[in-house]
Design a binder for this molecule. Structure first.
Ligand code: NAG
Ligand code: NAG
Ligand code: NAG
Ligand code: NAG
Ligand code: NAG
Ligand code: NAG
Ligand code: NAG
Length: 452
């Protein structure tokens, strides 16, 4: 936890008072809306519609991966240098008559989020940017607008009605937890939820919306496959992760039969140093650093193997759950990585053409799309859909806690210590851009046939 410790309190740095900055932002916002309108007019009149759905991929300097779990100090593997990968595969599906809700732009939404740090009590402290004193509020005033259709705003009453007697489970890492908390905050504005289970570490939980008999789970399974991790209380690893690439994690498969809907995702934990096991033998590793004479197979190998196993499992005809497979979430560390002074202090979204996906995210998403399409094509099982939030999330460098992972991070920090403040540019503020994932998720869950 060394890197995360709050710095000694001595000088107080004045944060912007929330109210004043908010007012200024409103004026600024009007200006932005004006610019966007001009941009839209330009698009409609001049630009042709044949724009690449995904921002250009440029080579960025290789660096340490974003911390997967909770920005804890763990041995991290530098990522091998891959050439930028073609991510145009997104267009390979038959979308002629359907709207691709994953392509679009963020547009100003003065109405703001449906909940706040006060009206929702389920926000984890590390993502509670309002409570932690983040001074700007512009990041709260945007809505995702797909290019070719309007996305109805998620209606919590209607959703809860549709979910009567149903069970929805989120399976994955801390980003899945981030996502489920966003969903709970939105729903709890209509009906307060009751927590009925949590594990020892509060990483897996079950909630129930009593009057709808709707059950919601989050299951901690960052690798989705069987994994032995060795971390102390502070999340510092003291031995390499043992990954079983041919065995799924029982923590979720044992409960799977209960679920009606599942949101499942892999992610950045695969970037950690890990030893691969298959068929009861060690087959290689990722970031082995010459240890044990093992073959360096890399995280792309383990990620693909794990996803194959997961997707084949959920696609089995005997499995009834409707599944959405969520793609990787991009981080926005700039001028460094999570452990080397990287930060994310932007206060505006990128436009569709801006934003540069890091090689790690490009290659992970490529594998996700390839394996998803393989499974979706092979089986006649149409139970699996894609929740491809990567591109829309890439456009929101302004949506992360940054230093506001902790309360008032600049209180008593000397100038020369500023660059030692730990930033979180991976998880999302609540409320924040991740709320929009739910608009897409709910539409796909309830009206899948209308969308890609
Ligand atoms: C990506 O795919 C497109 C269309 O298939 C192709 O024209 C382009 O050259 C590819 N780019 C790279 C970097 O492979
Ligand atoms: C797309 O689907 C339509 C209707 O199902 C079909 O007629 C058409 O051939 C498909 N196009 C491609 C490129 O698969
Ligand atoms: C909510 O956030 C505001 C700042 O936006 C802060 O003043 C207030 O104390 C917070 N309340 C809670 C309960 O977190
Ligand atoms: C509540 O929902 C579960 C399924 O999630 C179902 O098994 C149970 O019978 C329901 N209870 C009532 C009282 O309808
Ligand atoms: C696992 O190992 C056994 C014994 O070496 C072999 O017969 C089998 O084909 C292997 N299975 C796979 C999937 O590699
Ligand atoms: C590692 O492998 C090389 C080549 O296979 C071999 O020469 C060397 O003795 C091995 N080292 C260890 C420590 O096993
Ligand atoms: C972000 O931080 C950098 C370095 O401290 C600074 O140069 C830049 O102006 C900041 N940007 C914003 C929007 O605050």
């Amino acid at each position: 936890m060394e890197t995360l410790r709050l710095l000694p309190k001595s000088i107080k740095i004045e944060p912007n008072p929330f109210g004043i900055s908010h007012q200024r932002n409103q004026i600024f916002l009007k200006f932005v809306a004006f610019l966007l309108l001009i941009g839209l007019a330009y698009r409609l009149i001049i630009a042709d519609s044949n724009v690449s759905p995904v921002p250009d991929v440029r080579t960025s300097p290789e660096s340490l991966p974003a911390d997967p779990s909770d920005l804890t100090a763990v041995t991290q593997a530098p990522v091998s240098v891959d050439s930028p990968v073609n991510i145009t595969t997104i267009a390979s599906q038959n979308v002629s008559t359907k709207c691709d809700i994953f392509i679009g732009n963020w547009v100003p939404d003065p109405s703001g989020p449906v909940y706040t740090n006060v009206s929702c009590r389920h926000i984890q402290d590390h993502q509670n940017c309002l409570k932690n004193g983040r001074p700007d509020a512009n990041y709260l005033l945007w809505r995702w607008q797909p290019r070719d259709c309007d996305l109805p705003r998620f209606n919590p009453e209607k959703f809860l009605d549709k979910m009567r007697n149903k069970w929805l489970a989120f399976i994955g890492d801390s980003i899945s937890r981030n996502h489920v908390q966003s969903l709970i905050c939105i729903l709890s504005q209509v009906e307060e939820v009751e927590e009925i289970y949590h594990d020892k570490e509060y990483r897996s939980k079950i909630w129930r919306f009593l009057s709808h008999n709707f059950t919601l789970s989050v299951i901690w399974s960052p690798f989705l496959v069987k994994a032995e991790t060795f971390e102390n209380m502070n999340g510092v690893s003291f031995s390499d992760i043992q990954l079983h690439l041919d065995k799924l994690d029982h923590d979720w498969t044992d409960q799977y039969i209960n679920f009606d809907y599942v949101i499942i995702s892999g992610g950045k934990w695969f970037l950690k140093t890990s030893i691969f096991h298959e068929n009861n033998t060690v087959t290689g590793c990722h970031y082995c650093q010459g240890k044990n004479n093992l073959t360096e197979l890399g995280y792309l190998y383990s990620y693909r193997k794990a996803l194959q196993l997961v997707l084949n499992f959920v696609a089995e005809p005997k499995h009834k759950a409707q599944v959405l497979f969520r793609t990787t979430t991009p981080d926005h560390f700039e001028n460094g990585e999570w452990n080397s002074g990287g930060f994310c202090n932007r206060t505006m979204p990128f436009k569709e053409s801006e934003g540069e996906m890091k090689n790690v995210d490009v290659s992970m998403r490529d594998i996700e799309l390839e394996e998803f399409h393989k499974t979706a094509q092979e089986g006649s099982n149409s139970n699996i859909g894609l929740l491809d939030t990567t591109s829309m999330s890439l456009l929101r460098p302004d949506g992360h806690p940054g230093p506001y992972r902790y309360p008032n991070p600049f209180d008593g920090v000397k100038n020369k210590e500023l660059n030692q403040i730990q930033n979180d540019c991976l998880h999302w503020c609540l409320p924040g851009p991740i709320d929009s994932w739910n608009d897409l998720m709910v539409e796909l869950m309830l009206n899948r046939e209308m969308y890609r």
